[in-house]
Design a protein around this ligand. Structure first.
Ligand SMILES: Cc1ncc(COP(=O)(O)O)c(C=O)c1O
Length: 363
């Protein structure tokens, strides 16, 4: 551990690569010889535009996006996307499919319904407390889009592969697993991710949108709620969250240049998750994974101990050993280790060691 930093398993905002934090620290007072901080320069300066354009280019390269896709930066969190998507793409007389795999999918469905949009929930895992990812989903031919949540941060489940929608544009909330693994972008009409888990500081949402969906955007929407405002102005219609975008640029550079791309990022993430699930499964029931094995998330490992008292002690003693952020979401309780990109294998080894000795002492 460097500079008294803990092993950070927070669910978001979450750990950032140390090298990125150090680069921010080093360049904070005088960004690229401008004599100003990144938080002081104009968003229309050539220095900031270079940062923004670099973040876009790295996203395109890392995900191998075709030129049909635009990369934009939007404020309002993933939560604003829950509303913007139906506002922009769900015209009266059409309906959209949603798959409900947990709290965030439920919130996306609620927001579309607030707008009186026609929403069809075509599959849900609510019958077993959102512990799995539904299979064989009856998507509606001709639906405007099909919305999924690729990783369910609270319940600890994740889509291993993406469903075949039969040509209906897929829209995914990838907030908690974006840039953690490669995937084929072709079926996607839109992808969105709040930056604060895998790709940067809080304050910005990265959105990837395909050209055919942009044609559906109605004229009569407020300017900041239209995707075309962002795509036509390179996310610079008004002042963007410059610092957050700068952070995203640095994290994407780290993934590309230090880690070596998304295949390598995915291999690291897989190994980390396997290590923790291995520890859980070898504990003879002391730790109990809450997600069904086929749907286990590589980003958020959720588990329970024998009782709430023991869980409380586990979390407290872990914190005393320099392992932070292991409390489950307040809505479900239990424990959760978030293993986003910047959580290194050494943090995972420290957690496994702690879990093993805690189980021995209390089993
Ligand atoms: C999958 C997912 N979607 C949406 C959200 C909400 O994101 P925001 O706080 O950026 O609106 C979260 C937050 O944890 C999340 O994990």
């Amino acid at each position: 551990m460097k500079a008294n930093r803990i092993h950070n398993f927070n669910p978001g905002p979450a750990a950032l690569p140390l090298a990125v934090l150090e680069e921010i620290q080093e360049s904070f007072l005088n960004f690229r010889s401008s004599g100003m901080s990144i938080v002081e320069i104009s968003h229309r300066s050539k220095e900031f535009e270079a940062v923004l354009n670099d973040a876009v280019a790295r996203t395109q390269r890392l995900l191998k996006l075709s030129d049909r896709y635009r990369v934009i930066f939007v404020q309002g969190g993933a939560t604003l996307q829950f509303a913007m998507i139906p506002m922009n793409f769900l015209a009266d007389g059409r309906s959209a499919d949603y798959v409900n795999t947990g709290t965030w999918s439920t919130n996306a469905i609620k927001e579309a319904r607030v707008l009186n949009k026609a929403v069809r929930v075509v599959a849900s895992s609510e019958d077993r407390q959102f512990t799995y990812i539904p299979a064989k989903i009856p998507f509606t031919p001709g639906a405007a889009y099909a919305h999924i949540t690729s990783n369910n941060t609270i319940r600890g489940t994740q889509w291993r592969s993406f469903p075949d929608t039969g040509g209906v544009p897929l829209i995914a909330d990838m907030s908690s697993d974006f840039m953690s693994r490669p995937f084929d972008p072709a079926p996607f009409g839109l992808i969105y991710a709040g930056a604060q888990k895998n790709i940067g500081p809080a304050g910005v949402t990265l959105v990837i949108v395909r050209d055919d969906l942009l044609k559906l955007v109605p004229e009569n929407l407020p300017v900041m709620l239209k995707y075309t405002t962002y795509t036509s102005k390179n996310s610079l219609h008004n002042t963007p969250p410059c610092f957050a975008i700068y952070g995203v640029h640095l994290v994407l550079k780290w993934i590309e240049e230090t880690v070596g791309g998304l295949e390598k990022m995915a291999a690291l993430n897989r190994a980390k998750a396997e290590r923790i699930y291995g520890c859980i499964d070898a504990s003879g029931g002391f730790y109990r994974g809450t997600a069904e094995p086929a749907g286990r998330s590589q980003m958020n490992v959720t588990f329970r101990l024998a009782g709430e008292e023991l869980e409380k002690r586990f979390i407290e003693e872990a914190a005393q050993s320099g392992l932070g952020g292991l409390k489950g979401h307040r809505s479900v309780g239990g424990c959760r280790a978030s293993l986003y990109n910047a959580v290194g294998p050494e943090a995972v080894e420290a957690l496994v060691e702690f879990m093993t000795t805690f189980a021995k002492r209390n089993g």
